[in-house]
Design a protein around this ligand. Structure first.
Ligand SMILES: [Zn+2]
Length: 212
């Protein structure tokens, strides 16, 4: 079993699956973050160290391949994206890609700065998938409905445009309040703003991330 990153909504089953004998596999930073106390700064959320049975038994640093069910599952680490331990999985034969949380489809994405995440890393991870995916590749986002390459491109363009706008305003010395008041997400809110992060929180998150 593979964890795409350490967040509890993607690793919460580890303990039960570990007890049932599953071999948990993840990037080494996932194991590090699960085995110590964690803190997701943006939400002020503390996490406890996981019991040993919930920790990855196999920890890798770059990439690895599973040969399963007649398919080849190529797992690639993408540095400093949603966190510092993200993996993207390509099912070669089935023509499916699981992006983990580097892709939220039709809802504003969370990027966990306090876990080493960066906007540039997310964009680079997405570009890597866009380069190798075909028009008929099925793309499974970390959150939101099943997607196509075209959907992923729309996400990439939204994130690049909004973060570019905010980066420019930071350079111009604008405060968080001024940037929020300028509504840099206005044209995207109808489609993207009704999910996990409302527009203002998304702007605040990008501002704080890009300011670092
Ligand atoms: Zn996550």
């Amino acid at each position: 079993m593979l964890n795409t990153h350490w967040h509890f909504d993607h690793t919460g089953g580890n303990e039960n699956l570990g007890k049932a004998g599953a071999i948990i596999v993840a990037h080494e930073n996932v194991r590090k973050r699960l085995s110590t106390e964690g803190f997701i700064e943006f939400f002020g959320m503390k996490t406890k160290p996981e019991p040993k049975v919930a920790l990855p038994v196999v920890a890798f640093t770059r990439d690895l391949t599973f040969h399963l069910n007649g398919d080849e599952l190529v797992v690639s680490h993408v540095p400093r994206a949603h966190t510092d331990g993200d993996s993207i999985v390509r099912f070669r034969k089935s023509n499916v890609v699981h992006t983990g949380d580097t892709f939220f489809n039709k809802l504003y994405p969370f990027i966990d700065t306090s876990s080493g995440g960066t906007v540039a890393g997310v964009l680079a991870a997405v570009d890597g998938v866009l380069k190798t995916a075909g028009d008929d590749t099925k793309i499974i986002p970390g959150h939101g409905p099943l997607a196509s390459k075209a959907d992923l491109k729309v996400y990439r363009d939204m994130l690049a445009a909004v973060s570019g706008n905010i980066r420019g305003q930071i350079k111009a010395g604008k405060s968080l309040e001024q940037v929020i008041a300028s509504k840099p997400t206005a044209k995207y809110d109808e489609v993207w703003g009704k999910g996990f992060l409302p527009p203002e929180k998304f702007v605040e998150m990008l501002y704080k991330n890009l300011k670092k």
